[in-house]
Design a protein around this ligand. Structure first.
Ligand code: ZN
Length: 278
């Protein structure tokens, strides 16, 4: 479906899975450019044949435009799954962050994969460019792409449409959110979930949400000078927290503690954390 002047989206609904929901709000693969001249494709979805077939069917629906490049946001398997088959159909190059290059080179033939630098400007056609922004945090090979002509930010898994993202390195992640905010995008087009109409407000709310959580954790450590992760979870999260979510909450608290530790604000005497009073 055409969703803006230069952007077209294949939306793949969440599959019913016995393991629960992996992609809240479904997944989006974007075609960017002009179907009459040239386009690029962003991400390639899961490896399931049904996903790749939907992407190829949409390409046909667009009139089988020339695809010059596939650009990858990051190397999680729901973003690079169909890459070998799609590359073969499109006979295009595949661009990604240098940290992902060797992994893709194992799937694709020689000379196909190239690495994209932070701040690199990628020409789509005579009218539009994508600005690549290295934005680690969700993953250390993550790139967001900014369509300057329309002020649209393609955020991969850094910002999602329907839920908050999982984070591997929170310090890097917060820094990446600031980079996204600096570009003041009007819209955010994420890899999962709904399109975001007020991109800048969404990024700000992501930042505030994490800042608030950090304050709560510091508060927990202040009230009780030394605590393990689960005691912090009990302090910060509601008393009636669903037991199934307790592990996820603990993981989240841990990413915050790692950030505070990196910043020298807290001390870890495993398994306990305390405020650093120096
Ligand atoms: Zn991911």
């Amino acid at each position: 479906m055409k969703i803006s002047e230069h952007v077209y989206r294949v939306h793949i609904n969440e599959d019913d899975s016995p393991f629960g929901t992996y992609h809240p709000g479904g997944s989006s693969i974007y075609f960017i450019g002009n179907p009459n001249t040239n386009m690029v494709v962003m991400d390639t979805g899961e490896h399931y044949r049904s996903w790749t077939d939907q992407i190829l069917a949409y390409h046909k629906e667009l009139g089988s435009p020339n695809i010059s490049n596939i650009y990858i946001t990051h190397g999680h398997y729901d973003h690079i799954g169909g890459v070998d088959r799609l590359q073969k159909e499109f006979q295009c190059k595949v661009g990604c962050h240098i940290n992902l290059k060797s992994k893709l080179e194992m799937i694709l033939e020689e000379g196909i994969v190239f690495s994209i630098e932070d701040q690199e400007i990628l020409k789509v056609n005579d009218n539009i460019n994508l600005l690549a922004l290295y934005t680690p945090g969700h993953e250390n090979d993550h790139i967001c792409y900014f369509l300057q002509e329309e002020q649209i930010m393609f955020t991969g898994d850094t910002i999602l449409g329907s839920s908050s993202s999982s984070v591997r390195n929170l310090k890097q992640y917060m820094n990446s959110l600031e980079i996204l905010l600096d570009h003041k995008p009007t819209k955010v087009f994420p890899a999962h979930g709904a399109l975001v109409e007020d991109g800048t407000a969404k990024i700000k709310s992501y930042i505030q949400h994490r800042q608030k959580r950090e304050e709560q954790i510091i508060n927990a450590l202040t009230k009780n000078t030394s605590q393990n992760v689960y005691e912090i979870v009990d302090f910060v999260y509601p008393k009636d927290l669903n037991p199934n979510l307790r592990e996820a909450a603990a993981r989240n608290v841990r990413t915050h503690l790692e950030k505070l530790s990196e910043e020298g604000k807290i001390e870890e005497t495993s398994p306990l954390y305390s405020l650093n009073n120096n």
